[in-house]
Design a binder for this molecule. Sequence first.
Ligand code: PGA
Length: 252
Amino acid sequence: MRNKIIAGNWKMNKDLNESVELINGLKAKLATLPKGVQAIICPPYISLAQAKDLLKGSPIELGAQNMYHEDEGAFTGEISPKMLKSAGCKYVILGHSERRQYFGDTDASINTKVKKALTSGLIPIICVGETLQEREKNITNQVITTQVKGCLKDISAADIEKSIIAYEPVWAIGTGKVATPQQAQDVHKLIRGLLTQLYGSATAEKVVTQYGGSVKPDNAKELLHQPDIDGALVGGACLKADSFAAIVQAAE
Ligand code: PGA
């Protein structure tokens, strides 16, 4: 049985004081988690060390929204996996569609980061998803296949078992336009099939896959109970303790 994993991607929201307020709210609402459910928050870099301290004794885990693929050096403005680990991160989101769209991330550069995350002991949350144009052209399956194969190139079965794959249709991110449970399940099934092709079914059955794109308390339950959907990557609704906690509870 795969755990259900709910991750909150704060994106570029919440300054230090606001982060403290949100984390304290979450700690109060999620003092214990439903059995088989994990909750992760991914605040901006500057809030991570503080979040690590605030989350001591809480079941809520910590992740980052991106990283660079080197441990240290002359890479102005970048953050390394080593730094993320020292700030208490266990997870890192890689290849989010906003990074692909605005910051030039490609399947190849994401693959490099995935490998580095894994050798550094971080669990990557690897994001894939088609644009509206691609869905309308009926090439969703091709796009997802290319992204999954590109991002997972030369990743071993032992490593993929630890990793998380997030399917986030770009047209559903931040738009309030959620994929139907069937649309989401269809792509998750495709991803499970690709993992089976690449690694065999025993391994494929172990990989946690999340859906992301306008997940809210009122649509979470149905999405989270599709056979191949094992969690959610939540943007907007993770910025309020009430709504993130409600999504975590819906995973039970
Ligand atoms: P959203 O964002 O929940 O605001 O649509 C999801 C994401 O980008 O991870």
